[in-house]
Design a protein around this ligand. Structure first.
Ligand code: PRP
Ligand code: URA
Length: 210
């Protein structure tokens, strides 16, 4: 496994992931748990944020303490399914800005088709965390990160819930500088480009559109 890939080992993430894999889990619970997993993963993905020393006056004295310094964050969900992760990460970093990239996979070619892009005006000054629950062939993640890099962004992370080996390979080859955080690495893709065992179609399960 390349050293840019981080697979979560927290028991709470593993437990919630088991629940969302279950085909009997309905949209309400699925949505809630995707949000919770995203929040827990965000805690790990922000572990290396730089800190700076400050002095804070408490009611009884002065504390030498630390606050986050340096670049600010932006989250960029890939529509649709990435939307399911936004509330969770914003609970940890409420001041972050949010951009959106719309991509869907052509069902025959499995290639990503762009349909929307709206990013914060100062995106090139921010550290960007791209959100999408599923990394399957990797086409969508590679394309989204191409777009973000074309705006001048230097510091990018990718956060997904389930990754296929094929997607991890494609993304690390195309963007070796991007750290990838995932809750699980699954076995492989099936003939339709779905992750096995996976959790099915993340967008449909989040929004109840099947
Ligand atoms: C899903 C998923 C990813 C993409 C992953 O989106 O949310 O964006 O597939 O597949 P890839 O790694 O092979 O590109 P989908 O295209 O189904 O669109 P949706 O979120 O609008 O349903
Ligand atoms: N997109 C999904 O939603 N699920 C998969 O398994 C693969 C791509």
């Amino acid at each position: 496994m390349p050293e840019t890939v981080f697979i979560m080992d927290h028991p709470l993430i593993k437990h919630k992931l088991s629940l969302i894999r279950d085909k009997n889990t309905g949209s309400k619970e699925f949505r809630e748990m995707v949000g919770e997993i995203a929040m827990l993963m965000c805690y790990e993905a922000t572990r290396d944020l730089p800190l700076q020393e400050v002095e804070i006056e408490t009611p009884v004295g002065v504390a030498k303490t630390q606050v986050i310094s340096g670049k600010k964050l932006a989250f960029v969900p890939i529509l649709r399914a990435g939307i399911g992760m936004v509330d969770g990460v914003l609970r940890l970093v409420p001041a972050a800005k949010v951009g959106h990239i719309g991509l869907y996979r052509d069902p025959q070619s499995l290639k990503p088709v762009d349909y929307y892009c709206k990013l914060p005006g100062d995106i090139e000054e921010r550290e960007v965390i791209v959100l999408d629950p599923m990394l399957a062939t990797g086409g969508s993640a590679v394309e989204a990160i191409n777009l973000i890099k074309s705006k001048g962004v230097k510091n990018i992370k990718f956060m997904c819930i389930i990754a296929a080996p094929e997607g991890l390979k494609a993304l690390t080859e195309a963007h070796p500088d991007v750290q990838i955080y995932c809750a699980a690495k699954d076995e492989r893709l099936n003939d339709n480009g779905y992750i096995l065992p996976g959790l099915g179609d993340a967008g449909d399960r989040l929004f109840g559109t099947k």
